[in-house]
Design a protein around this ligand. Structure first.
Ligand SMILES: [Zn+2]
Length: 449
């Protein structure tokens, strides 16, 4: 009877998936029906020996895409869930899509981008061999609450038979590996851009995630990411198996070095981007790829992708720095890029649709972003655009930015017109996936040089 149920579940899922494809629609609906017919369908599928799940507040999609690229470059057949299908229904849809009618998944490796909150539901039925936890930040607070809550939710998805691959520099992510044998650690060495004093509006690394006593940092790479040590219980940054040993950008050429010998060319050395590369490298090596080959594949891939776009707008040159709304750490990183550019520049910030996946008008996260840092930068104009331009304007007023430097436009097209006719300096645009096309559809994109 069970076998029949499994068969029907797979059959129905494949039929609906086929129909949806014919209609040009991808959705997690097929998985929803499969789960209705057989609620434990995930545990009935025969999975390949290697499966890797990636979670974290930032960089899941980039990291999964990089791992997929490296594994494919070494000849493995990889199946992974595309962005937006990282909840259980989506996972069922993509796994059955890759399975035979008998429930055998055909690929050599299963890669999963796992939603922080839904991992516990997915892993009830099958445990990935490797579970990468890259970082835990304040992110989408209307649905995720705060990072400690997410940490407690993820802890329900961690099982003894998994090998954890953890960011040693993030105390929240690293706490999953406390007293746990066999964990694989990645992290960054001390870098020239590190700070000895915490920077930012809030500090999620102030107290130990294990015992709540105050923590001390030898240095911070950014926000609460760095070399930490609890003053009471001994919880401290773990030694790493794979390490970012250098990140260099001399203008013409940027590269990072892993483990002192694997150099990977990159477009820019934003530390945040470096962690995704390092996480992908570590996961690929754990899955059996030779480190030199992994670095080579990553270099080739990163040269072609990159989540920054250069453009022209009239006579202006500009660069879009993709960030995430509702995620202050990602904005802080973009602001670091602007501040580290010593030229005179202008900055456009667009907040028009806060999320593309659900409706929220919560703009409290704007108050967590360190916009104050722009005060010291050589700025021609700050252009605030989109439906939430007035929220931004209040935030900038309280950040102490000279109001004569600030221009406000509800329409992104008006903001772009203003820049085109009134500015002379390099233009940085900071916005989210949900709003990026509103500017990219107006400007002329250029290949990254
Ligand atoms: Zn402690």
């Amino acid at each position: 009877m069970k076998k029949v149920r499994v068969f029907i579940s797979i059959f129905v899922c494949k039929i609906i998936r086929g129909l949806a494809k014919l209609l040009g629609r991808g959705s997690s609906l097929p998985g929803k029906y499969a789960l209705k017919i057989c609620p434990d369908i995930l545990s009935q599928l025969k999975l390949p020996e290697i499966s890797i799940a990636v979670t974290g507040s930032n960089g899941k999609t980039s990291t999964v895409e990089m791992i997929a690229h490296v594994l494919r470059s070494s000849g493995l057949k990889v199946a992974y869930n595309k962005e937006g299908s990282n909840q259980i229904e989506g996972v069922v849809t993509f796994l059955i899509g890759d399975a035979t009618m008998g429930g055998k998944v055909k690929s050599d490796v299963i890669l999963l981008e796992a939603d922080e909150r839904y991992s516990r539901r997915i892993f009830e039925f099958f445990h990935p061999k490797y579970f990468v936890i890259n970082n835990l930040y304040r992110d989408q607070m209307t649905r995720n609450g705060h990072p400690e809550f997410i940490k407690s939710v993820i802890s329900e998805a961690v099982y003894d038979d998994m090998t954890l691959i953890l960011n040693a520099d993030d105390p929240l992510a690293a706490s999953f590996g406390k007293d746990r044998e066999g964990t694989i650690w990645f992290g960054a060495d001390k870098l020239p851009t590190d700070k000895t004093v915490h920077e930012g509006i809030y500090n999620d690394g102030k107290y130990c995630p294990v015992c709540k006593a105050p923590m001390e940092y030898e240095y911070y790479h950014y926000n609460h990411i760095g070399k930490f040590k609890c003053t009471k219980c001994g919880f401290a940054r773990h030694d790493t198996d794979h390490t970012l040993t250098a990140a260099e950008d001399n203008g013409d050429r940027a590269s990072i070095t892993i483990d002192g010998k694997y150099e990977i060319p990159v477009f820019f050395t934003g530390i945040y981007h470096c962690y995704n590369i390092l996480a992908a490298f570590t996961a690929a090596v754990a899955a059996g790829v030779e480190p030199g080959k992994a670095a080579e594949a990553l270099g080739g891939y990163i040269l072609k992708s990159g989540r920054i776009s250069d453009f022209s707008l009239g006579k202006l040159d500009g660069r879009l720095l993709l960030s995430k709304h509702e995620n202050s750490v990602s904005y802080d990183r973009s602001i670091d890029v602007v501040v580290s550019d010593k030229r005179k520049k202008s900055v456009m910030i667009i907040v028009d649709a806060i999320s593309r996946k659900y409706y929220t008008s919560d703009s409290s996260w704007l108050w967590d972003i360190n916009f104050e840092k722009l005060c010291g930068a050589d700025i021609e104009k700050i252009v605030l655009a989109g439906q939430y331009c007035d929220d931004l304007a209040v935030r900038f007023e309280l950040a102490g930015i000279d109001s004569s430097k600030v221009e406000i436009f509800e329409q992104v097209t008006d903001a772009a017109e203003y820049c085109k006719h009134n500015l002379d300096s390099f233009l940085y645009v900071i916005t989210c996936f949900s709003d990026k096309e509103k500017i990219l559809s107006i400007v002329t994109r250029r290949e990254l040089a």
